[in-house]
Structure formats: C-alpha cells, structure tokens
Design a protein around this ligand. Sequence first.
Ligand code: PMP
Ligand code: GLN
Length: 387
Amino acid sequence: MSTAWKASRVASSAPTIFAEMSALAVRTGSINLGQGFPDTDGPDFMLAEARRAIADGINQYPPGRGIEELRRAVADHARRHYALDYDHETEVLITTGATEALAAAILAFVDPGDEVIALEPFYDSYAAAIELAGGVRVGVGVFGPDFRLDTEQLRAAIGPRTKALLINSPHNPTGVVLDTDELGLIARLAVEHDLVVITDEVYEHLIYDDAQHLPLSTLPGMRERTVRISSSGKTFSATGWKIGWAMAPAELITEVTAVKQFLTYVSGAPFQPAITKALNEGDAWVAGLRQELQDKRDHLAEGLRGIGLDPVIPRGTYFMTTDVRPLGYTDGVEFCRDLPGHCGIVAIPHQVFYDDVEAGRPYVRWAFCKSARVMDEAVTRLRHFTP
Ligand code: PMP
Ligand code: GLN
C-alpha cells in the first residue's frame, strides 16, 4: 500500500495492545494475563437462552435501537440498582459493545478541535475514537504509585475548547473506583462549564470490599448532560457477544443513535434475548461472580507478593497493577516483551495507556479473571524468571 493512501485521522492506528498481546500468547503458548476476558462462561440460563434464540430463528436484523425487552431490562436494571429513571422507549440504545457506544457518543458530540478530558491512563479505544472525531484528548492523571485522581489537574485541564468529559470508573487499567468527593467535583465542574459527560461504567458490578459504584448521572445537574455507557461483556462473562448500551435523555440518545445506525446498524440479534434474561434474573449470579473475583484478586496478589512484587490492590475491575522494578526492569514495555519468551506469560504494560509515558513506565497490568490454577502456574513461572 502506498503510504499516501492512509488517512491522517488514523495516523496512529496500529493493532491494539490487546490484539498484539493475545496473538503473542497464542504464538508462544503463554498464559494470557493480558487481555481482560475470563476463562469461564456466564450463567447457564443465559447461554441456553442464546441457543434457544438461534434455534427459534432470531437471526435477522433486530430493531436499530435494540429489542424492546432488552431496552426495558436495561432501564429496570438502572432503576433497581441506582434509582435512575430512564424511559426504555426513548432513552436507551443497544450497541455493539460499550466500544461502539463510546465511539458513537464521541462522534456525536465532538467536533474537530474540541477537547475531551479523560482519566489517564486511558482505555485504548478512547484515544482512537477521539482521533476519528478530530478531537483532542486531554489527560488528567490517575498516576502511580498511589493511583489517585489528581483533582487539581482536573480543574486546570478545563479550558475554552473543552467539550466533554469521558469518565471511566471503575477504571481500567488501575482498578480505581472514584469516591463520592471525586465524583462530586467532576459533576460540579461539568455543570459549571456546561460540558457533555460520557461515562464508561462497564465494570459497574466488578467492585470489591466496601467499594460502591455511584453513576455520575445520579448527581445534581448530571442526568441531562450524561451519556451512561455499560455492557454485558464483563458483568456476565460474555466479552465475545458484544452487547452494550447507552442511556441518556432522549435528545442525546437520538444523536448517538444517528451515528450508531451507520456504524453497525443493529447489534447481535440472538444475544439480545439472552442478555435480557441475564439482566432480569442474574443479580444473584453477578453477586457470586463478584465474590469469586475478589477471592481471585487476593489469590493473585498473594502470589505476586511471594515473588517480591507489591501489587496495588484494585477496588474494581479485574486488573491488578505492579511496579516491575523489583524484578530488575525499569520499563514495563521491555518487561512485557521479554516475559512470553523467558517464562511463557503475557501481561499488559501500562505505558500504552499514557500520553505521559514516564508516568506509566514501570507499571504492568495483570488480569485476575482466570482460574486459581492458571494464576498459580503463572506465579510459579514468574518465580523462575530472570531478566
Ligand atoms: N471500556 C473499558 C474500560 C473496557 O475495559 C472495555 C473492555 N471491555 C470496554 C470499554 C469495551 O467493552 P465492550 O467489550 O463491551 O465493547
Ligand atoms: N477491555 C479489555 C481489556 O482491557 C480488552 C478489550 C479489547 O481487546 N479491546 O483487557
């Protein structure tokens, strides 16, 4: 291909770090603690419902906004868990994963030159979607070693070009869950500066200890300016089904829908009844998953401590971060590049999620949504790791 063919808006495109690392894991036969997907499936009743839907011929285009039952289940879920009231007819849109909802919301509200403030490290699709819209990303640090939101930097980041805030909590890759003071400040700033707010809440149910997930749209002045995005992938261990959603006041959802219809038109027909059932009947299953993941988190943390690492214990998500300097590396990218060949493990370097590369340099992200046996084997291999 001629280099002149490539559009400038995708100038920095490359295979995602997750695709690259998962391919490396397959090629080297490594244990994959990189890309975040569990090694067990979601609830049996949900899997059975998808099989039934396929057998019953639910295989053609569903409605563009998603089937009514699923939109209703998404709205009921928000009402049940957060006392948030959304009209399933006009205020809920089903999407192809949270990824599509994020891209459609960004394309709907960000013009070329508009600034979008997001927590840095950023989940990788944010940078790409903002770039596709011609926007400019502005990072506000959630940096190590303590990984707390830098609230002064947040205040200072807002300027005349700021159009939107993109807030991810529980936060990938750090596992930080924003507290009520932090969320309150974000809400006050959004109202004061009249910003659009896009929230990425895909880990809303993967929270541990006494952590609480509080959607920003529950705070004063926020519902009318917020597009709330979540997905079934993490909550129901079905990352490959790609059923996500956005909810917002009708005028905002109409704009997001206008973009979504030309990205994918509709989303996964037979998975929609299955996720409907999971949302309506799966609260107990999700509570079990949360406990299981908390145990796995503690198990991996103990293993990593045993080999001289000092993991940052996440309050949400299924990712854990360590500084790899105790293992003789100053750079997480070099560490992750050596890891598969040296001991057959794949992990994700934090650096790829930062504009401020120095801030992320020594940190590495490990997924703990894997069986204890797999994580034990990874720790055993790491024990024998030499740079
Ligand atoms: N946001 C964050 C923070 C994520 O970690 C992920 C990965 N699940 C997504 C969005 C994308 O979600 P989905 O797979 O539903 O597109
Ligand atoms: N959200 C997953 C992670 O952070 C990856 C999803 C993807 O591969 N795009 O690992």
